[in-house]
Design a protein around this ligand. Structure first.
Ligand SMILES: [Fe+2]
Length: 396
């Protein structure tokens, strides 16, 4: 068996790789350079790209062009790199990978394509002390983050994704009892795994009733100031009402040190206040919520539920920042006039995908989607953030 420097099989021995293999390969230092040939349409490519801390060189050569002009397209792909062909679900790119192999290139297909990339999860420990550990689970392709909080033999999960097997496996492997499941708010960009995970484990499911007026599922309402314990009684978990992105948005404060901010505050932006169709009102709430964060010092850590991409990640791919850094880098944090804040936020709201209303209904239990619907609705990156601060961050 031929191996490259990393000990992996050379790609020429395979016809396809999984997104997990691709991800591991991209994250491994000293891997031979990859070259991505993305064969989706220009529009699909523009809307959602495969990205990571070090994204390989990528070219967009639509499938239809490969059909019509295979030689010209093949000529645009380097001969001296390992090539991965990528499409929406792995079918068209399989065909292209075959053409590229026949031309002598070391090419493989990415099984499942961007659909599979959007369902890839990467867990990393982001906080560890004598009595507690926190794991950030990054759904890399969508930019959705969830958290496993551990103290003693007990755990809590914040904003679980719908693929709950990963949390169940982790709990089992680490002999942990799941006690609490928090949804910081009713999500619109993805299907929550909160109810399923709580049902599967007997944990308590918590959500603010302000977000759940029409909810059909069982939950305990999280109120501002409510306290919870986990494992060692030294730690307090406190719910902090944070309306703005939604009326019931709640920040989970862990040990007065870590703030799980949901979609209220991101590393380089804030959660958009317009998804309920009441932006003019909700933006005022968001302003008050942000002002309320002044009671926290610069050294507390912000752990959000979304990321807009690798520009927000550290060298290990972790998405967290001190509140001090966010205050220094996000201009929206420092606006002290409600009207100016509202004007700045409302001028920078991205378009709302039409699937968001459907996902919101699913997340309050008012509609039970099929697996196929959930896959379709969840395609693409989240669009939960105000764009202005992200742009400002990108320019630094
Ligand atoms: Fe959200």
């Amino acid at each position: 068996m031929k191996t490259d420097k990393t000990g992996l099989k050379t790609m020429s021995e395979k016809k396809e790789i999984t997104t997990q293999e691709l991800f591991s390969r991209m994250r491994r230092e000293n891997s031979p350079p990859l070259f991505i040939v993305d064969v989706r349409t220009e529009d699909d490519y523009a809307a959602w790209k495969l990205e990571d801390i070090h994204t390989p060189a990528t070219i967009n050569l639509p499938y239809i062009d490969f059909i019509e002009e295979p030689e010209r397209m093949t000529g645009m792909v380097p001969e001296d790199k390992q090539v991965v062909a990528l499409c929406g679900k792995g079918g068209a790119s399989d065909y292209v990978a075959d053409i590229l192999r026949k031309s002598g290139r070391d090419a493989v297909n990415v099984a499942g394509g961007m659909k599979s990339w959007g369902e890839l999860y990467h867990p990393q420990t982001v906080y560890e002390s004598a009595d507690a550990r926190v794991i950030q689970v990054n759904r890399v392709g969508k930019g959705c983050l969830s958290y496993i909080l551990i103290s003693g033999a007990e755990a809590a999960v914040v904003d679980p994704a719908r693929h709950i097997g990963q949390y169940l496996d982790f709990l089992k492997e680490n002999n942990l009892a799941l006690k609490l499941v928090f949804d910081t708010h009713i999500h619109a960009d993805h299907i929550s795994g909160g109810v399923l995970l709580a049902e599967a484990t007997g944990a308590e499911y918590l959500l603010s009733k302000e977000d759940a007026a029409d909810a059909r599922m069982k939950f305990r309402s999280m109120e501002d100031g409510m306290e919870f314990s986990l494992g060692s009684s030294k730690f307090r978990i406190v719910a902090l009402g944070a309306p703005g992105h939604t009326p019931g948005s709640t920040i989970i404060v862990f040990d007065n040190n870590l703030l799980f901010t949901g979609d209220t505050l991101f590393v380089s932006s804030m959660g958009r206040p317009d998804l309920g169709g009441q932006a003019a009102e909700w933006v005022k709430d968001l302003y008050q919520t942000i002002q309320g964060l002044k009671k926290f010092g610069d050294d507390v850590f912000i752990l959000p539920t979304h990321t807009s991409g690798p520009a927000e990640w550290d060298g290990r791919g972790i998405v967290m920042a001190t509140l001090g850094r966010i205050r220094a880098e996000n201009p929206l944090m420092n606006i002290t006039d409600e009207g100016d804040f509202a004007a700045s936020v409302l001028a920078h709201l991205p378009e709302q995908p039409d699937t968001y209303d459907k996902m919101r209904k699913a997340n309050i239990g008012a509609y039970t989607p099929t697996e196929e619907e959930m896959v379709q609705w969840e395609l693409g990156k989240n669009r939960c953030a105000i764009e202005a601060a992200q742009e400002a961050m990108g320019k630094q």
